[in-house]
Design a binder for this molecule. Structure first.
Ligand code: AMP
Length: 212
């Protein structure tokens, strides 16, 4: 099964992807995490992506498609996977289909910009493994420390209010058209992005059971 998580930055795509990945036993492919790792490792693709990411803009489609293609070739995900943060443009959605990555279900986490801005004040991430936390709704067991790898948690540069507003604008302009793309294919499922984390996971799992 190939699933993609859709929704604005901070809607909970990464959080739900991690929970679904555990429940379904399939891996997650997060383009944001792949790019942040490439930046940390000083790889050329990371250097190219950094200026776009720092400005809250999208990395060019060709670069992203290349990164995803390489990642899928290096890893043999024959049981399926969950895409988190991909596709982000209509062009990417079409390019994925063209390269044979046919999405079975697109899960849209719906939440308002106001709620996102409030929620993002509490977001913390692990710079090592990419796990995401929230000081209010999903705190780590020890304050400021990643449950999984023990690293000190950080606030992502692009979660700062000015950059977040830019990312939301980009989402409405460039990513939202994808909703219609998957809706027309009968693959879109809408989930309340404001609901309790576990409640949403349970709803998604029930829904996946019904369609599989
Ligand atoms: P994320 O971790 O998914 O919020 O992504 C962080 C940043 O990485 C985004 O704001 C973009 O600059 C870049 N990025 C991640 N995925 C994509 C994508 N599929 N297309 C273009 N840019 C992306």
């Amino acid at each position: 099964m190939k699933i993609t998580m859709l929704g604005p930055p901070g809607a909970g795509k990464g959080t739900q992807a991690a929970k679904l990945s555990e429940a379904l036993g399939i891996p997650t492919l997060s383009t944001g995490h792949i790019l942040r790792t490439a930046i940390k490792e000083g790889l050329p693709v990371g250097l190219e992506a950094k200026s776009y990411m720092d400005a809250g803009k999208l990395v060019p489609d060709e670069t992203i498609i290349k990164v995803v293609k390489e990642y899928l070739e290096e890893n043999n995900f024959n049981t399926g996977y969950i895409l988190d943060g991909m596709p982000r443009t209509l062009n990417q959605a079409e390019m994925l289909e063209e390269m044979g990555v046919e999405i079975d279900v697109a899960i849209l986490l719906e939440i308002s910009d106001e709620d996102i801005e409030e929620r993002m004040k509490g977001r913390r991430v692990c710079p090592a493994c990419g796990a995401a936390y929230n000081t209010k709704s999903l705190p780590p067991r020890t304050e400021g420390i990643c449950d999984i790898c023990g690293e000190a948690l950080v606030i992502r540069d692009d979660d700062k209010p000015e950059t977040l507003r830019q990312r939301l604008a980009v989402y409405h302009e460039e990513t939202e058209p994808i909703i219609g793309f998957y809706e027309n294919m009968g693959k879109l499922k809408r989930i309340d992005g404001k609901a309790d984390i576990q409640e949403s996971t349970d709803k998604i799992l029930n829904m996946l059971e019904l369609i599989s």
